[in-house]
Design a protein. Structure first.
Lengths: 156, 458
């Protein structure tokens, strides 16, 4: 079923806050709902992170909990850590906050290496699902700065 | 005062520095490349920071990455280990500019001791014998003949612009010189764009002997005895021992005292090593200085009981020499074997891959400095040193016997190593009688040495 990025973005904007609240209330590990052929899943371990995916194959949803955990879900394939390109102090771009949209190739952060700003660019487009650092933090080479969830790019 | 050190190196020396820091009550952070994420120093350290990819130019050799990592982790000092940035004056200067203590000589000292020719002239002025040679470039054949007659044949004719073993020719007598001088000039002109030549006495069958020295900020200079590193393969040291078999007791003490005095007077500071060639006459000639901790430092630690890495850190922190020369006692004999991931059967071809089994030797007076563990993946990007076996004995014979026992306990599976080569070396007469010179391995050949190794249990 075709979906464009905008529609999926709207879906996340409207659903995620509700789902997160439900998760808090119920103490459940994970909530998943289906809308318009897309699945939105929120996991307690990733509070604040919205997971949107295309209809998952039955195998990854059925079976025992252990089997489900072992098999990488379709959602995991859409998570892209954005990593530091240098060792130093990080400064995130203004639009890098949870829920913020990132275009592929855009400048998402700089790392200050002795006064020289080393650029970090996004390898994928998507929505910021979780921040792993704050501006001003010391970061190492390859450190995960934040997590992107890719949405669409014509694939949904 | 140093409170927190960034260890900007890898392998066994990163572990060695970590141990010295812990012993001194100093915090340490290990800087590592992506290829060393699973290295033992990183696993053992309380803190570690990734500074770049496997390519050393972008990690261990990157001054900005190393200094930035020190600042990001709140360190106040950097220990560069050996190799990489350890003798880089501009790195030392940049570290100081960021308020970091460089554990080594200052940038000014590194600069002063950078040029080989300059250091030879400087230390000659302070009383160290250097290899006799022409006074700089020889103007023509007549000047060369005059200089050669004065220093005595054989001599070696070197291109002033040459280096790295290129652009030199051994001249046996005056007839050779007459025949070869203009040819050498033409060759130098063709190869280096500069035909100027100089002469040095050619020393054959030399021992490589070096003196460990340390100088505090007040200029108090001590020596910690010598190391003999004559067992080499293409200028790579394989075995080091102390004391040297090439020096008589009388020559030794005068030579060591003179080296310490000269290096202090010449303005050197922190830890260093003066390298000499000792010819058949037993006279040492100064050749160069190493401004860093060296791979073979444990040999000296074993005979003196002095922790050289700890001393180096204390001197860099500005402390005065904590001992006198009389308190540096040298006892017995120590030998170090560099176990590398190289295949001696195939021209010492470098090896990489997973260490499948690892058994380290032990026993009285046996020290084994290694970063290996079973399951560790030896990366292909860096030097091939796997472990250093250092053994002490009351006498050289005792140290050799103990070394044989310890080497037989070493088991490193998954890569070829130099272990069996050393077992063979310990059965080779020229090593056993202490007459091995730097040319020995080329003369005997690796195959014969390997063949001398006792056969392992089937």
């Amino acid at each position: 079923m075709p979906h464009n990025t905008e529609r999926l973005g709207d879906l996340i904007d409207s659903l995620v806050p509700v789902l997160v609240e439900r998760l808090h209330e119920t103490g459940l590990g994970e909530i998943e709902i289906e809308r318009d052929g897309a699945i939105v899943r929120v996991r307690a371990e990733d509070l604040g992170a919205a997971v949107a995916s295309a209809p998952a194959p039955a195998a990854s949803r059925g079976g025992t909990p252990a089997a489900a955990a072992a098999a990488p879900s379709a959602a995991d394939d859409r998570r892209h850590p954005v990593r530091s390109a240098a060792v130093g102090f990080v400064k995130l771009a203004p639009d890098i906050h949870v829920g913020g949209k990132v275009a592929k190739g855009s400048l998402v952060a700089t790392v200050d290496v002795l006064g020289v700003a080393v650029e970090v660019r996004a390898d994928h487009g998507g929505i910021v699902a979780k921040l792993r650092c704050a501006s001003g933090d010391p970061v190492e080479y390859g450190q995960e700065l934040f997590l992107l969830e890719s949405v669409g790019e014509g694939k949904l | 005062m140093i409170k927190r050190v960034l260890i900007a190196n890898r392998g066994e020396i990163a572990l060695r520095i970590l141990r010295a820091c812990r012993q001194l009550g100093i915090e340490a952070v290990v800087a590592y490349s992506e290829a060393d994420r699973e290295s033992r120093a990183v696993l053992v350290a309380d803190e570690a920071i990734c500074i770049g990819p496997a390519d050393a130019k972008r990690s261990y050799l990157s001054a900005p990455a190393v200094i930035s990592a020190a600042l990001a982790t709140g360190c106040d000092a950097i220990h560069p280990g050996y190799g990489f940035l350890s003798e880089n004056a501009s790195f030392a200067e940049a570290a100081a500019a960021h308020g970091l203590t460089f554990i080594g000589p200052s940038a000014e000292v590194l600069e002063r001791f950078e040029s080989k020719a300059g250091v030879r002239a400087l230390l000659a002025k302070h009383g160290l014998p250097t290899i006799p040679g022409s006074d700089g470039v020889v103007a023509d054949e007549a000047a060369a003949a005059k200089a050669a007659a004065k220093i005595g044949y054989p001599v070696i004719l070197k291109a002033s612009a040459g280096g790295g073993g290129r652009g030199m020719r051994v001249i046996q007598n005056a007839d050779d010189l007459a025949q070869l001088f203009s040819l050498c000039t033409q060759e130098a002109q063709a190869a280096f764009g500069d035909g100027s030549l100089y002469l040095e006495k050619y020393l054959v069958d030399t021992h490589h002997v070096e003196v460990q020295i340390a100088v505090d900020k007040a200029g108090t200079a001590l020596h910690f005895g010598e190391r003999d590193c004559s067992v080499q393969r293409r200028h790579q040291k394989l075995v080091e021992e102390s004391p040297s078999t090439a020096l008589t007791p009388k020559v030794r003490e005068e030579f060591l005292a003179r080296a310490a005095k000269a290096i202090g007077a010449a303005g050197y500071r922190n830890l260093g090593t003066l390298e000499f060639l000792v010819g058949p006459g037993g006279k040492p000639y100064f050749i160069e200085i190493n401004c860093r901790i060296q791979v073979e430092h444990p040999v000296t630690e074993m005979v003196t009981g002095v922790d050289l890495v700890a001393l180096q850190i204390r001197l860099a922190a500005g402390e005065l020499m904590p001992m006198t020369q009389a308190e540096v006692e040298r006892r017995g004999h120590a030998i170090e074997f560099r176990l590398t991931a190289e295949d001696p059967v195939h021209e010492f071809r470098p090896q990489a891959g997973e260490i499948t089994t690892f058994r380290s030797p032990s026993g009285p007076w046996v020290r084994f400095d290694s970063h290996l563990y079973a399951g560790y993946e030896v990366p292909p990007y860096y030097d091939s040193l796997l472990a250093k076996l250092i053994v002490w004995g009351n006498t050289r014979e005792e140290a050799i016997a103990r070394s044989r026992a310890a080497l037989r306990e070493v088991e490193i599976g998954g890569v070829e190593t130099t272990r069996d080569f050393f077992l063979g070396l310990l059965e080779t007469p020229s090593f056993l009688n202490g007459t091995a010179t730097t040319g020995m391995l080329d003369a005997i050949g690796t195959a014969d040495i390997l063949a001398a190794a006792p056969k392992a249990r089937a």
